[in-house]
Every structure is written in C-alpha cells, then in structure tokens.
Ligand binder design. Structure first.
Ligand code: FMN
Length: 271
C-alpha cells in the first residue's frame, strides 16, 4: 500500500548539491588571505561530524588548526613528509611543492582512533573472525573516516574556500610528529590532513571516467571493467597527469603519448 505522504523528488536540491560536489577540487596552491572566522571553521567541521560511520562509532576527532604559528608548524611537518615521499616513492612529481601548505588559512586534521573498530562485527568463533570479519573492520573504520573528510571538503567548497586531502598523516613518522605537535595520544592516527585556503584561481576541471563506463545498471557490464593492463598503463603513463593536470592537459598528454617502449616525456610541473 503506497504511503499517503506526497512523494516528490527534489531535483533542484540534488542539482545544487552536485554543483558543490563537482566544484570541489584538490587545489595545491592557495592565495594567502584573511583569516576565516572560527564560526565558519566550526561549521565546516560540523559537516564532518555529520558523516555516516560504521555502528555510528564516529571514530574521529577533528582538530581545527587556525592559530597562524600552529598552521606553520603543521605545514612544516607535511612539507617534510612530502620531501620524504619525493625521495623514496616514484610517480608523484609535485609532492615536493607541498610547501604551499604554508599558505593555508587553516588546517583540519582528522585523527582516527582505530580502537573503535571493535564496535564493528566480531565473530564469536576466532577462526571465522579472522577469515571473514577482521579485515573488514579496518575497512569500515577507514571508509568512515573518508566520509568525514569528504564532508569537510564539500563544506569548504560550499563556503567559497578550497582544500586538498593529504593522506601522509597515516605514515608512522608523520603521525608521530603530528601527535606530538597537537597533543594527541599515540592511539589516534591523523589519516586526513585537510589544508584550507583561498582559491588562487577558479579550479580547473579534473579527469573523471565517463559516466556510462562507471555506472553498471543492475549488474556488471564486463566490457567496462578495467583490466590489469589499464592499471599498468595508468601507472606508467597516466597517473601524474591524472592527479596534477586539468582534464584538457591530461588529454593532450595522452594524445601525444609516444609509442610503447619510449619514455614518457618529463612532466613540466605546471598544474
Ligand atoms: C584517500 C585520499 C588520499 C589522498 N592523498 C593525497 C595526498 O597525500 N596528497 C595530495 O596532494 N592529494 C591527495 N589526494 C587527492 C587526490 O590526488 C585527488 O582527489 C585526485 O587526484 C582527484 O582530483 P580532485 O580531488 O581535484 O578531483 C588524496 C585523495 C584521497 C581520496
């Protein structure tokens, strides 16, 4: 029996939400500018607070860093993290430029307490727990944190600021430095560091896979699933352009790609 309440889709609100979602870009350079009122920063944090989480565990603490001296200290930690990444990991050519974090008007650090994974399903039989549930508890914890971090970014976009999502806080050395600096205990891992700033320019568009490739109506369309070859190609030829370039520049790069076996042209660092 259909309910008596009027069923009406609010397409207008959906369109407005999609605008904010599409406008959110990882922007890795900020214009230095006025400080943002605490009230606004708290509203942004509130968006994180309202994120869904496994078992409603809310396994996060959202640390708002807005004291200018403290912002510089956190930025320095992230700059060192970026330098280490640049030295030890391949394929992230711009990470050493992370010193832009120093231009943040605020930085949100999302600390996650993994002990809250105990509130997710645990099998009474140890063996079954290990094979079936244990790993998924970590997944639930991390995707919950991700939902909160994304909410922070969307709220930041909605108010006309811009942000990036830095995951290096999950690396042990950086975690330790941030815990010490911000007085968090070792149980709390800063998986999400979100520098916030004033946009230097309108954020460019970024490549997304086409909708009819990503969406599978009522079951997988096998031809649209990506293969190991696609992953290998992405790693060898596409990744840095997909992360740091706008969609058009990325496409131009792909159109110019040398035939297999030749070396990928060196990235010029503009983004
Ligand atoms: C879990 C996660 C970790 C990320 N870590 C970093 C990071 O450490 N540094 C960075 O510059 N961007 C990071 N990003 C941003 C992605 O590179 C970015 O979202 C992606 O390239 C798509 O670009 P867009 O955000 O502008 O749409 C991260 C994003 C996610 C979701």
């Amino acid at each position: 029996m259909p309910s008596k309440t009027k069923q009406k889709l609010n397409v207008k609100k959906l369109t407005q939400l999609l605008d904010v979602i599409r406008d959110r870009r990882s922007v890795r350079s900020f214009d230095p500018g006025d400080r943002v009122p605490r009230e606004t920063l708290e509203q942004i944090a509130d968006a994180g607070r309202w994120a869904p989480s496994g078992a409603n565990s809310q396994p996060w603490e959202i640390c708002i860093i807005e004291d200018p001296q403290r912002v510089q200290e956190v930025a320095s930690v992230m700059a060192s993290q970026a330098d280490r990444l640049n030295e030890h990991c391949k394929g992230f050519p711009h990470v050493h430029k992370k010193h832009w974090v120093h231009d943040s008007v605020a930085i949100l650090a999302v600390f996650v307490d993994p002990r809250w994974a105990d509130t997710y399903p645990v099998a009474l039989e140890e063996d079954l727990d290990r094979t079936e549930y244990m790993e998924n508890r970590s997944n639930i914890l991390l995707v919950s944190a991700g939902a909160a971090i994304q909410n922070l970014q969307l709220a930041t976009t909605a108010v006309g600021l811009t942000s990036a999502w830095l995951s290096g806080g999950g690396e042990p050395q950086t975690a330790l430095e941030l815990q010490k600096l911000l007085s968090f205990p070792s149980s709390h891992i800063p998986y999400g560091i979100v520098p916030i700033g004033w946009p230097r320019r309108k954020a460019e568009s970024r490549w997304r896979r086409p909708i009819d490739e990503v969406v599978h109506w009522n079951g997988a369309i096998e031809a649209n699933l990506r293969t190991q070859e696609d992953i290998d190609h992405y790693l060898a030829k596409e990744r840095r352009h997909s992360i740091y370039k706008d969609a058009e520049a990325r496409q131009q790069h792909l159109d110019r790609l040398p035939s297999d076996g030749e070396i990928d042209p060196v990235d010029d660092g503009n983004h």
